[in-house]
Design a protein around this ligand. Structure first.
Ligand code: NDP
Ligand code: AOF
Length: 358
């Protein structure tokens, strides 16, 4: 699935001025550009706060574009999707309708279904990565994310954005909702793909380089931030990426069970018969384990037994919990292994409970 973010930002970096009235930063031509973009997508995701504050319809405005979609065998409008913890949304809002999906934490599913179940399909999701997995499984090939700040920050921090379209409006707002909040973002530079003038608005499109090891290793390192820390185990993130830059799966330590390693979570999420695995790279924030007490098969052996033939990691496993040695196991099995030691300090920082953070 291709994830496109589109938003409009004031020159001083705000999405909204925080007043009761919604701030339109785009001009008419730019809103039409976004309408054309909407028409190319299967679903549009916004955060619950955007639904509350903007009361958006999120439909394709142009009759011609809607007709073209129908001619192509698609529904008139993309699916509308939101995520909420509180469930505090008005079921009569124009956002809702039979093609709206509401994701919420599994623990709150019954409560949110109680208030919104007649207005939309309410579904469980642990986090945004889970939402994206669900949409992908529903056949959503292009997902447009229109904001707001919390959703954009979370998606960018988790490296889940393929394309970022930012319309910069020549307006100084002075305060309100910042474009992005603070967070640990994957290190490295995005690629500037296009600069376009749309009336008085500058539209910048950024992409991520498909074959950039540092980008994907950064995603794996950032994923480890999701781990619930335990005294006797590391916090690790892993992501499997096909040769064309398509993400196949991701995971982090203990995500699916108390002793499960990040590489296992990610590998479990790919069909072993997927032909893309043969050209794929597994990125792990830490050297895959070569010795393991918690489960029968160390990760290096699991990877060697899979179709994956390339591994990139940042921190060589320190001899604290086990002997390590996964790098050698992989190489002996014919897997290409790349160590990126200059990123290891970031992995140490996530594992300060077990190893020095220098
Ligand atoms: N200029 C532009 O292009 C755009 C501007 N905006 C502006 O942005 C503002 C809204 O942004 P913001 O306040 O940051 O809110 P968001 O729209 O990003 O929504 C955040 C809400 O999403 C829900 N949520 C649930 N799980 C997650 C998760 N894992 N990560 C993030 N959110 C989650 C929570 O809802 P809950 O509280 O229900 O639990 C949370 O409060 C508005 O003022 C709007 O006008 C919005 C879109 C585009
Ligand atoms: N303010 C703002 C945007 N806001 C986005 O547009 C959504 C509303 O769309 P609609 O339902 O069609 O009116 C709103 O929820 C938010 O996601 N978008 C932009 O391109 N430029 C802008 O200046």
């Amino acid at each position: 699935m291709h994830v496109v973010v589109s938003c409009a930002v004031s020159l001083d970096g705000y999405l909204d001025d925080g007043s009761a009235r919604r701030l339109i930063l785009s001009g008419p031509a730019d809103l039409d550009r976004v309408d054309a973009l909407r028409a190319t997508c299967d679903a549009i995701l916004v955060g619950a706060n955007t639904v509350r504050r903007d009361n958006p319809r999120l439909r394709v405005h142009s009759d011609v574009r809607r007709q073209e979609r129908v001619r192509a065998g698609k529904p008139e409008n993309p699916l509308r999707v939101t995520i909420t913890g509180s469930g505090d949304l008005d079921p009569d809002a124009p956002f809702f309708g039979h093609e709206a999906l509401v994701f919420t934490a599994p623990a709150g599913l019954d409560r949110v279904t109680g208030t919104l179940g007649k207005a939309a399909t309410v579904l469980p999701a642990e986090d945004l990565a889970d939402v994206l997995r669900d949409l992908d499984a529903r056949g959503v090939e292009r997902l447009l994310v229109e904001g707001g700040s919390a959703i954009l920050t979370a998606l960018l921090a988790q490296g889940l954005v393929d394309e970022l379209q930012v319309a910069i409006a020549p307006i100084l707002v002075g305060g309100g909702v910042r474009f992005l909040g603070g967070g640990v973002f994957p290190p490295g530079r995005l690629t500037l793909v296009e600069m376009r003038r749309v009336e008085d608005v500058a539209v910048l499109t950024f992409g991520r380089p498909p074959h950039d090891d540092r980008h994907w290793l950064g995603v794996a390192i950032a994923l480890a931030e999701n781990c619930s820390p335990v005294p006797g185990a590391y916090n690790v993130g892993a992501v499997v990426v096909a040769a064309d830059g398509t993400e196949l799966a991701r995971g982090y330590s203990r995500e699916t069970g108390p002793d499960v390693h990040a590489e296992e979570v990610a590998l479990d999420r790919v069909d072993p018969a997927d032909p893309r695995l043969a050209g794929a790279t597994l990125y792990s924030s830490m050297e895959p384990c070569g010795v393991r007490r918690s489960r029968p098969v160390p990760c290096a052996h699991l990877i060697a037994a899979s179709a994956v033939r390339r591994v990139v990691y940042a921190l060589r496993e320190p001899p604290v919990l086990a002997a390590g040695g996964g790098d050698a196991v992989l190489r002996a099995a014919g897997v290409t292994v790349v160590e990126v030691p200059d990123q290891a300090f970031l992995v140490r920082r996530t594992n300060g409970h077990l190893i020095p953070t220098f």
